[in-house]
Design a protein around this ligand. Sequence first.
Ligand code: C2E
Ligand code: CA
Ligand code: CA
Ligand code: CA
Length: 278
Amino acid sequence: VSKAQKSGPVVFQPSFDVGSNVNLTLVSELKKSIHNNELSIFVQPKVDLKSRVVTSVEALIRWRHPTRGMIFPDQFIPFAEQTGLIRDITLWMIAEASKLSASWLEKGMSIPIAVNISARDLIDSDFPNKVAEILKSTGSNTSLISLEVTESSIMDDPHRAKQTLLQLSQMGIKLAIDDFGTGYSSLSYLKELPVSELKIDKSFVMHVEQNQNDRIIVNSTIELAHNMGLHVVAEGVENIEVWKSLQEMGCDYGQGYYMTKPIPACDFEAWYQQWTQV
Ligand code: C2E
Ligand code: CA
Ligand code: CA
Ligand code: CA
């Protein structure tokens, strides 16, 4: 008996069961989601902690499902990775993000967009060419797009990941290491990668006030990154106290609910106007 059968008809489930290995309903619906225009981009700004200037935004995917409502990435990205659908999703995100950033530029907002890529993309030797094609067809400059790669996706196949990242970097695309501190990457290896940004995982940042261990981790990560010539983004900035602590520790940028939760791309301009007026 499958999990779906035990818990009743699949259509009445509030969300997909990420625990089961094969969820055929999800996979077939996800396959159609791009064509059906159900995927959409939410954005969340990265802000300079000293000047409050918005330096870039991160693109975060959402699936607006016709009957299940909004589905968050944690509920379908793992399946997309298992089945290989992630490749089309990543390319769709890059295309949408580059169009979006170009449209902002026309309105005088020069704000690059960071897209998350996965382990599957990193081992695809054709991935950099596909990215180049997309940017060419959307008429966008490589400086408008950057890519975020998690530590753990690099460590899946470090050698191939390095080749792919080198190619992307040679194309002029900036790269960030995401979720830093949660994986088991070797620092000596990270040193060889052409990355310019390190993002400290929100689990270390959120309670940096109260938790002495978190403080030590965040502080030494900032120092380490700066010594390696990287700039640092802290995720999970939920209040002004955390912002101030990070600023005192010399962290460059912050991202989090204190500035805004991720918002639909079409709402960004309004948020930006308001942020820059204060
Ligand atoms: P991530 O790349 O680490 O993205 C940051 C996550 O932290 C986002 O969750 C964001 O909404 C959340 N967040 C931001 N600020 C705060 C805060 O102050 N407090 C708290 N508690 N959370 C905050 P989201 O959008 O649900 O995305 C979850 C993960 O799904 C992402 O983690 C990323 O790994 C993955 N993901 C999202 N979009 C894509 C995509 O287009 N492609 C791929 N491959 N993965 C994606
Ligand atoms: Ca990210
Ligand atoms: Ca992250
Ligand atoms: Ca994450």
